[in-house]
Design a binder for this molecule. Structure first.
Ligand SMILES: Cc1ncc(C[n+]2csc(CCOP(=O)(O)OP(=O)(O)O)c2C)c(N)n1
Ligand SMILES: CC(=O)[C@@H](O)[C@H](O)COP(=O)(O)O
Ligand SMILES: [Mg+2]
Length: 594
């Protein structure tokens, strides 16, 4: 490829040496560079393409990293990474031992705040701005936040506080009218009106004491640079409202913004998706949820569906299309989603509140205070539980079993396959008088013929999948699959029993007593943290009942798990088939030698 300006930019200082007139060319090359790498290596695309001009303007005008730049979510920060000493590493983005897909403090001094979950940028930037004042340091603090992320409660908390400070804070609202899916809610309507020029007088940000400017065309680089230079001279909290197009510069990404948020592999020249054949593949768990809820809701009018901003990712979209009055995308508002569900449950509805496991962390108090304490029959469907792969540490759903297990009243179920997911959804909508969390992973299972006749699952009951003699393996959820595969590979597998416990809470104590009476040793396996999760619960059961068996707990170690493919991460966490075989052999060796 012909050498370009981008080849000579390693740091923002290199960028700042260029004349303004050459920056349009840098934008072009930066876009092309992002497209070429993401096309081959996958990742988030549309958001980064949409902020190419903004990224260049920010690093050109501000003295990063002394001036502090905070990206909200961080899925739009690829251009930022490339301009800040990481161009040569960018082809390792999101891969094992490669760059993180999100700004990460340990990765670069330019990444001032670790992100991945949305709506933190204003609070973090305000914290930094107040700290700078206290330290008597002159620097700028800039939070870049999208229109979907600013509608979240936490962002409003930050705005509310910032508006009564004199902090040197600039919030840039990057308004492209879409999150992953089209933005929702009254704020979206308000921003649309602002863009039309109908509500200037009642500017919501001015009402919160921000110096508001905009809306400005976020793809007009000279205009952006001028505006940022002007804002640099203004004291106190400021908000710049820019209008951009998600996916800017790649036709398909502009036209199909939902799909090109994170499109997978595509042709860098034509933009066409490189589709993998999935005709014979088992379904994604999200689709099992999405199709099943439609099936159930067509017969049970009390079923409600709720998603905080993930209708496509959760496949609640299917219900939103079929039953728009009973399925709600509430925006990036996990706390609200949970309490909304609680409110509906008080009125006799059966809300299925579908939240990615990692994002439910946001709504922990709502789960405890608004749902569990009142013992309301809310059905939490926790998608993306366990290891999610390339999104990495911010997104793995590995804490849910531990953080939910300590909550009274809450039942916790993990289906080992698509049929079990379907059956538990069927069971709970028949009527429950307790809340339940159903957690299942990202991606596809292994069962093709999954649409079988519904069967009731008995609450609190585990299943014997295979009888044995010496060692009992107790699995939870889809970890059962690797155990099954290990048992087909191993010699003397007749000696090994395998139980799908199904429920972390309540544990099937009758079954556990049978197991501990019969077997000499127990292995537990979960795709969640070993601290306080499923294995811990089994250990507690054994201690309480004075069973002295050796118990090996397999799960996620007490350390944040980085990014990589699920298979690689399973291997590193010793949750893959060979690691299970090794554990079995170790225990058998111990028996034979004592
Ligand atoms: C707390 C939380 N909930 C949900 C998500 C999933 N998520 C990632 S990006 C995104 C949309 C962000 O939209 P916006 O802020 O408008 O930025 P854009 O992608 O348009 O640049 C969502 C919902 C998240 N990262 N964090
Ligand atoms: C940035 C973000 O939080 C989302 O885009 C997330 O990466 C979606 O994950 P899935 O691909 O599992 O839906
Ligand atoms: Mg947006």
């Amino acid at each position: 490829m012909k050498e370009g300006l981008l080849d000579h930019i390693n740091t923002p200082d290199d960028l700042r040496k260029l004349p303004v007139e050459s920056l349009a060319e840098v934008c072009k090359e930066l876009r092309r560079f992002i497209i070429s790498i993401v096309a081959a290596k996958e990742g988030h695309l549309g958001a980064s393409l949409g902020v190419v001009e903004l990224t260049i303007a920010l690093h050109y005008v501000y003295n990063t990293p002394d001036d502090l730049l905070i990206w909200d979510v961080g899925h739009q920060a690829y251009g930022h990474k490339i301009l800040t000493e990481r161009k040569h590493l960018f082809d390792t983005n999101r891969q094992l031992n490669g760059l993180s897909g999100f700004p990460t403090r340990s990765e670069s001094k330019y990444d001032t705040f670790g992100v991945g979950h949305s709506s933190t940028s204003i609070s973090a930037a305000l914290g930094m701005a107040i700290a700078s004042k206290l330290k008597n340091e002159q620097r700028h603090h800039i939070a870049v936040i999208g229109d979907a992320s600013i509608a979240s409660g936490m962002a409003f908390e930050g705005l509310n506080h910032a508006g009564v400070t004199d902090a040197n804070l600039l919030v840039i609202l990057n308004d492209n009218a879409i999150g992953i899916d089209p933005s929702v809610g009254a704020l979206k309507q308000y921003l649309t009106n602002v863009k039309k020029g109908t509500q200037k007088q009642d500017n919501i940000f001015e009402a919160l004491n921000f110096n508001y400017s905009g809306p400005v065309d976020g793809h007009n680089l000279p205009l952006l640079i001028d505006e940022l230079e002007r804002l640099k001279t203004i004291e106190g909290p400021k908000l710049l409202h820019i209008i951009t197009t998600k996916g800017k510069g790649l036709k398909q990404a502009e036209e199909n913004q939902v799909q090109y948020h994170a499109p997978g592999k595509f042709d860098a020249t034509t933009g066409e998706l490189i589709s993998k054949s999935t005709s014979n593949a088992p379904p994604k768990y999200q689709d099992v949820f999405g199709e099943t809820i439609v099936e159930l809701a067509s017969k049970n009018e009390r079923i409600i569906g709720i998603t905080p901003a993930m209708p496509t990712g959760s496949s609640l979209r299917y219900m939103m299309d079929k039953f728009p009055d009973r399925a709600f995308d509430v925006g990036i508002a996990e706390q609200h989603a949970v309490t909304l569900a609680a409110g509906m449950a008080t009125q006799g509805f059966i809300p299925f509140c579908n939240i990615y496991s990692t994002f439910l962390q946001r709504a922990y108090d709502q789960v405890i205070h608004d749902v569990a304490l009142q013992n309301l029959p809310v059905v939490f469907c926790l998608d993306r539980a366990g290891l999610v792969g390339e999104d990495g540490a911010t997104h793995h759903g590995v804490f849910d079993l531990a953080y939910l297990n300590c909550i009274p009243n809450l039942v916790i179920f993990a289906p080992r396959n698509a049929i079990a997911l379907r059956n538990i959804m069927y069971t709970v909508q028949l009527g429950i008088d307790f809340p339940i969390a159903i957690r299942y992973p990202r991606g596809r299972g292994h069962i093709i013929d999954w649409k079988q006749e519904f069967k009731i699952i008995e609450i609190g009951k585990g299943i014997c999948l295979k009888e044995g003699e010496d060692i009992a393996i107790l699995s939870i959820g889809t970890t059962a699959r690797n155990v099954e595969l290990a048992l087909t590979d191993i010699e003397h597998s007749t000696q090994i029993g395998h139980f799908d416990m199904q429920f972390v809470k309540p544990l099937d104590e009758d079954l556990l007593h049978d197991i501990f009476r019969k077997y000499k040793a127990v292995i537990t396996i979960e795709d969640g943290t070993v601290n306080g999760g499923f294995g811990s619960a089994i250990l507690r059961f054994a201690n309480t009942n004075n069973y002295k068996h050796p118990i090996k707990i397999m799960g996620i170690k007490d350390k944040f798990v980085e990014h990589g493919s699920v298979a690689q991460l399973q291997q590193l966490q010793k949750l893959d088939v060979p690691s299970i075989i090794v554990e079995i052999e170790n225990l058998r060796f111990a028996f034979n030698n004592c």
